[in-house]
Design a protein around this ligand. Structure first.
Ligand SMILES: Cc1cc2nc3c(=O)[nH]c(=O)nc-3n(C[C@H](O)[C@H](O)[C@H](O)COP(=O)(O)OP(=O)(O)OC[C@H]3O[C@@H](n4cnc5c(N)ncnc54)[C@H](O)[C@@H]3O)c2cc1C
Length: 396
């Protein structure tokens, strides 16, 4: 067991923190209010190597380990959840899935430009009638010679209007239930594809989320990811990577809550003393600190398991569930500590609270993770090695 960060990881954290402090935090209140961030940020994320942190150098990435990805997510979400969500979707859900399941040709064509930040990837699983219950999806891809013809709709898809490539899940054989779902790589430019943003979101307002529509989209058979019928397994393995990034981001959000609250606790006085000296206020800070430290341990353990190349669905689910719950509670308490001022745009804590809610819903709701953990404890779940495992680190 080693609790030390490497020099490279420490430098990475410093770089991302500096980027967040100078290029995100000064503008985020405006981006949050206007419903989108400056597209130049994408270019900057690529320039400092954040679009493919844990993707091997041979595919255009930085070749760092999986805990380096956690560090990036933590630091980005300290600035705003929208940026961590973008990395979760682009790297965690899309690029790492291509790295795990893609053919050499698919990796060269899609993973390499994504890792370099030249193209952006996203992930389309959820449908209007199928969220937690993935198998309730209706999208269907019918084989027709050298193509599949895809029809259907996805909703609540992050980066829906921004991404160039999407990993999309659809039935190829409805009678086989979970075993009849397949995964495809779909390009935005193909005929029959369209997207539309959802307006009026509660949080992550600087981010782009919305619907995808597929109207007779012709997908070349070479863009089938994995084997026909392997889509459900691919989706769940993608979530093992996405959830890891969500959990890491939650750590960063807790840190942002602590920073804002400690500052306010020293400034604001009631009954003749700074509010931090009232024990009940201190208790809220103490709980934030406990959540922060516990979440970090859960997250970095998962990073280590990924580095070793072992299956980590159980540990990832626990880290995601707990870290997101801790972050949601920390943000609620941060608003409480700020009193009425916390209930306005004057301080960032109201944004933290709004942002902390979606991660308790996406990539497995709080309830789904609770059920998963109960099933593990009861011995009802047993994860086996997958046909394609995420490569261990250091990469070959
Ligand atoms: C900001 C944002 C971004 C998103 N980005 C993406 C994305 O990029 N790609 C993508 O594919 N999806 C994305 N999603 C969708 C997200 O993954 C789904 O919202 C999530 O899976 C939950 O599905 P649902 O909203 O349909 O809720 P439902 O599944 O309808 O659940 C509704 C409620 O019932 C509970 N529930 C459901 N089943 C059970 C059960 N068996 N036992 C107990 N309780 C249960 C749930 O926990 C929840 O409280 C995003 C969502 C948000 C909010």
């Amino acid at each position: 067991m080693n609790f030390e960060f490497t020099e490279e990881q420490t430098l990475l954290r410093k770089t991302v923190r500096q980027f967040v402090d100078t290029e995100i935090i000064p503008y985020i209140a405006e981006w949050d209010m206007n419903g989108g961030f400056d597209p130049k940020v994408w270019k900057r994320l690529a320039e400092i190597g954040l679009m493919g942190v844990c993707i091997p150098e041979k595919y255009g990435g930085a070749g760092m380990d999986y805990n380096s990805l956690a560090i990036v997510c933590e630091e980005l979400e300290r600035g705003d959840t929208a940026f961590r969500t973008a990395v979760s979707v682009h790297t965690g859900l899309n690029s790492m899935t291509l790295m795990q399941w893609g053919t050499d040709t698919q990796k060269e064509k899609y993973l390499t430009p994504q890792a370099k930040g030249e193209k952006i990837g996203a992930f389309g699983l959820t449908e209007p009638g199928a969220g937690s219950d993935v198998a309730a999806m209706n999208s269907f891809a019918k084989r027709d010679g050298d193509y599949y013809i895809l029809n259907g709709q996805k909703t609540w898809i992050s980066l829906c209007d921004i991404a160039d490539h999407f990993i999309v899940f659809a039935y190829t054989d409805k009678e086989k239930a979970h075993h009849g779902i397949s995964a495809f790589i779909v390009e935005r430019e193909w005929a029959g594809f369209s997207s539309k943003a959802i307006k009026g979101k509660y949080g992550i307002r600087a981010g782009n989320t919305g619907e995808l529509f597929f109207d007779d989209v012709k997908i070349p058979i070479d863009n089938l990811l994995g084997e026909e019928g392997e889509g459900f397994k691919i989706a769940m393995s993608a979530l093992d990577n996405g959830r890891f990034t969500v959990a890491a981001g939650a750590v960063g959000l807790i840190q942002a809550c602590i920073e804002a609250s400690v500052k306010y606790c020293k400034e604001r006085e009631t009954f003749g003393k700074p509010i931090g000296e009232h024990q009940l206020v201190g208790q809220m800070l103490a709980k934030m600190e406990a959540g922060y430290e516990m979440s970090k341990l859960l997250v970095y353990r998962v990073g280590e398991l990924k580095n070793k190349g072992v299956r980590n669905t159980r540990e990832t689910s626990l880290a995601k569930w707990q870290a997101c719950d801790f972050a949601n509670k920390a943000a609620d308490d941060a608003v409480q500590i700020h009193g009425a001022y916390g209930y306005s745009d004057e301080y960032p804590v109201a944004r933290y609270l709004r942002n902390s809610k979606a991660p308790v819903i996406y990539e497995g709701t709080r309830e789904i993770h609770t059920i998963m953990q109960a099933d593990y404890v009861l011995g009802k779940r047993n994860d086996k090695k997958l046909r394609c495992m995420l490569p261990s680190w250091p990469f070959e």
